[in-house]
Design a protein around this ligand. Sequence first.
Ligand code: GLN
Length: 495
Amino acid sequence: MSVPTPSNQLHDLSVSQLAAKLRNREVSAVETAQHFLARTMAHADLGCYLATDEAVTLAQARAADVRLAAGEVTPLLGVPIAHKDIFVTKEFVSTAGSKMLTGYHSPFDSTIVSSMAHSGMVTLGKLNCDEFAMGSSNENSAYGHVKNPWDTARIPGGSSGGSAAAVAARLTPAATGTDTGGSIRQPASFCGITGIKPTYGRASRYGMIAFASSLDQGGPMARSAEDCALLLSAMCGPDLDRDSTSLDVPAEDFSRDLNASINGLRIGIPQEFFGEGLSPDVRSAVDTALAEYEKLGAKLVPISLPRTELSIPVYYIIAPAEASSNLSRFDGVKFGHRATQYTDLRDMYRQTRTEGFGEEVKRRIMIGTYVLSHGYYDAYYLQAQKIRRMIADDFQQAFQQCDVIAGPVAPTVAWKLGEKSDDPVANYLADIFTLPASLAGLPGMSVPCGFGESGMPVGLQLIGNYFAEAKLLNAAHALQQATDFHLRQPEGFSS
Ligand code: GLN
């Protein structure tokens, strides 16, 4: 691990530093994009990118340069970004990490992608992820795994593994991710970067290839809370005509409270997040961060989220139920893969889906179909929905005692590639600390807070009440002003 040293290399600059350099015309958007594309090529073995297209990227960069030359002052103009391949894009192939969508060209851009383009960001390409965002290790991608830049024998986390690894290796200053049950927070934690999932419904789901619609939420991943705040401000806002679950809540300037004092902030510490399953190295990094918060004037308040353990069975009923319905659109007729050998229509469906979907996706379709079927619906799906409501109520109870909640993102640091790939349940169990906020639709983030076993990064999870993103970013920024974990970088990626 290298200790941060001041550097003027473009890839070492934060989003805001890069934006300032572009505005001052010290570097052009084209030069910046070329620099990051060259790094992406040089580190292709990490497996982060599924699609790049130099001509498309440079055309966007030239357009940003025209706006910069005209003196336009917008905070993200000319800064590169890369998108998780779950967001559909007109100019790049969109696969969702699935063979089902090999070579698929969307006729439109997802709302988040077009919002970022509108703010002048330049798209570097599309990032690897678990197939249809189902997974915690990025090993479920049909296009190969992604390596964690901190130790290439380890997973980067998932499902937004390509996004997290690309930011950590400085192949892009910013990326999008999606979080259904932790897929922004957990890979951010495993790769030592910062990521935030806003309140469900704050950023449009339009054009995000659907996994579990009542949970899916896009958000930014970058190195610092300050950068995430800038990105999130451009990403949020109502999209009522195109997303039926979009909230009619105006976009905010999420940077506005970054430097507010956190003196007196009440940080709730859920006892259920610090039990037996938490590995000691993660616990110690999290405890050190909490002690730092106390030094900054925050108060730690013991709280309880009594149904934390139930979030695993609840999520793994609801998410597959929704997935089984969402994925029925992949029938070989409308888009994507179609089998070439079949006898009749029914066989065409069967062959197409057999060939197009990977093992984990098939497992979830089967679980989802089962829990929704006549005779089991009441026993599983309906029960899960009831407990989901109770989990959300538990949070409301907790927020009467505290302003934000803090704990680990995951029970361990990133594990070795292959270590859990034959054991889906082991993967599901590792989601225990991220699932509760997802089920409740609450905003949550991961903030680098130290290093654990084998020097692997550890993330602190911060959870806020609905619409408390600015408060979360303020708390995260305060920690990042007092520590330098978010500035550390993995060996071998400095130049
Ligand atoms: N690991 C969880 C799952 O496999 C969460 C994935 C996500 O948030 N997209 O479903």
